[in-house]
Design a binder for this molecule. Structure first.
Ligand code: UDX
Length: 446
């Protein structure tokens, strides 16, 4: 009989995973403790913007016309426990308030709520990003609380999906990593992932701690790569070099590679910043803090970029923000997402506003979330409206729509033709030819 799967936590990770599992042919039950989320998903609506996800969800959600009906949702752990052979834990693990460490309360509560309903052999698979050592503790807790005892097994299967590419990354992962304690778990997970495995996705089997570490190691490497090129941007600025050319030139070396070498206002979002901090905190607990002191530098290079962008903007408008109008293009932490968590763009917008400028923000998808987080900023319905009367336009999230802006017509509405490119994504020649002063991080003035 085909495996029945539950997905616990239907945020970014869980909603995508649930829909993808249904797409792969399994019967899936998604669970969340927030009834509003479940109500939305049941109607085939996704609580966030993610290209392709709503279509995938609607293709499978029971009750939607023409859907396969393989995907259903619930708020009941009892129902999930009865239904599933495999339970994926996809709840979030945010940074603790006022601390670097990871807040495990949602993961703990998911396992503790599910376990008492496991009355037949089941595999619980953690996908959330957790401090190394968590899986061992959770496996013991699971066996202790489940009526079926040690037949409630645990595995760890980190998720590497990128926002904006979540559907593609979940259906066609570049690797599948599973931390297991025995053959049964490995066999079941091979069955779950048989389609991507057949397509060629590498399947890497490890122990628990390695699987947990793979995820934070990968994100630390990516964060380091971004901060490396941003550090080079700082040196380029001091030396009169061009970091975009530099990145292109070093990127031709296959060992270095071109990706993740875009200098700008740095990384943000719900993963990279908190993951590197939680990793440092955990290494400290393990007595291995020295190994990760470089991540402190990675973090501070990254945070410095935001301040530097503010300085560049202040300088551009003549040394003080008071009485100046600043247009901010972009609010999300990256394009093709509506996520504003730890967004460098909003952080810069907020700082400039606090220094006395009137800041107007436009983002193609992130307006609602941005408004909720920074209600005191002004928001416009289009890029052109945001730019009206502006003494400087700041390009802070590299949406395609902004690359396609016509500098000539935008030039008609601004007070001063001054653009600052915080993402090194616009074509300086095009803007300069239209009479704009173009400035970017890590690049020469003209
Ligand atoms: C990241 C990891 O890529 C993913 O594997 C993991 O599962 C979750 O965390 P995500 O947060 O969606 O994914 O975003 P990512 O595409 O990695 O970008 C992170 C941040 O880095 C963004 O703010 C982006 O603008 C910034 N970035 C990225 C740069 O500043 N320069 C780059 O060259 C690349």
């Amino acid at each position: 009989m085909a495996l029945k799967i539950t997905v616990i936590g239907t945020g970014y990770l869980g909603a995508t995973h649930a829909a993808a599992m249904a797409e792969l042919g399994f019967e899936v039950l998604g669970l969340d403790v927030v009834p509003e989320k479940i109500a939305m998903l049941t109607e085939g609506r996704v609580p966030m913007y993610e290209p392709g996800l709503e279509e995938l969800l609607r293709r499978h959600t029971a009750g939607i016309e023409g859907a396969t009906g393989r995907l259903r949702f619930t708020t009941s752990y009892e129902e999930a426990g009865e239904f599933g052979d495999i339970h994926f834990i996809c709840v979030n693990t945010p940074q603790k308030h006022g601390e670097y460490a990871c807040d495990m309360s949602y993961v703990n509560s998911a396992v503790e709520s599910l376990a008492p309903h496991l009355r037949r052999p089941a595999l619980v698979v953690g996908k959330s990003t957790v401090p190394v050592g968590s899986a061992d503790l959770l496996a013991a807790r699971l066996a202790e609380l489940a009526p079926v005892g040690a037949d409630a097994e645990l595995a760890w299967n980190p998720e590497f999906l990128r926002e904006g590419f979540a559907v593609q990354d979940t259906l066609h992962p570049d690797r599948i990593v599973v931390g297991v304690a025995g053959d049964r778990a490995e066999k079941l997970l091979r069955e779950v992932y048989q389609t991507p495995i057949a397509e060629g996705s590498p399947f890497v089997v490890t122990d628990f701690p390695t699987a947990e570490l793979v995820k934070v190691a990968a994100n630390s490497f990516l964060a380091t790569k971004i901060s490396f090129i941003n550090a080079m941007a700082e040196v380029c600025e001091a030396a009169g070099g061009d970091v975009v050319k530099l990145a292109e030139a070093i990127g031709y070396d296959e060992r270095i590679g071109k990706k993740f070498l875009r200098a700008g206002i740095g990384f943000g979002g719900g993963c990279l910043p908190k993951d590197i901090r939680a990793f440092m905190a955990r290494a400290g607990e393990l007595g291995a803090d020295q190994a990760l002191t470089f991540l402190r530098e990675v973090d501070s290079i990254n945070m410095r970029r935001r301040g530097h962008m503010v300085e560049l903007a202040r300088e551009a408008v003549g040394g003080a923000f008071l009485g100046k109008r600043v247009a901010v293009l972009g609010a999300t932490f990256k394009p093709d997402s509506d996520d504003v968590r730890d967004s460098p763009a909003l952080n810069v917008a907020g700082q400039i506003q606090l220094q006395g400028a009137q800041v107007t923000v436009f983002d193609p998808k992130g307006m609602e979330n941005a408004r909720a987080l920074f209600p005191t900023l002004a928001y416009a319905a289009t890029a052109a409206e945001a730019a009206e009367g502006a003494h400087a336009v700041l390009h802070l999230t590299e949406w395609r729509e902004f690359r396609e802006l016509d500098p000539a017509s935008l030039g008609e509405v601004v007070a001063e033709r001054r653009i600052l490119d915080g993402r090194n994504a616009l074509d300086p020649d095009v803007w300069r030819d239209a009479g704009w002063t173009y400035r970017a991080l890590g690049r020469p003035m003209a």
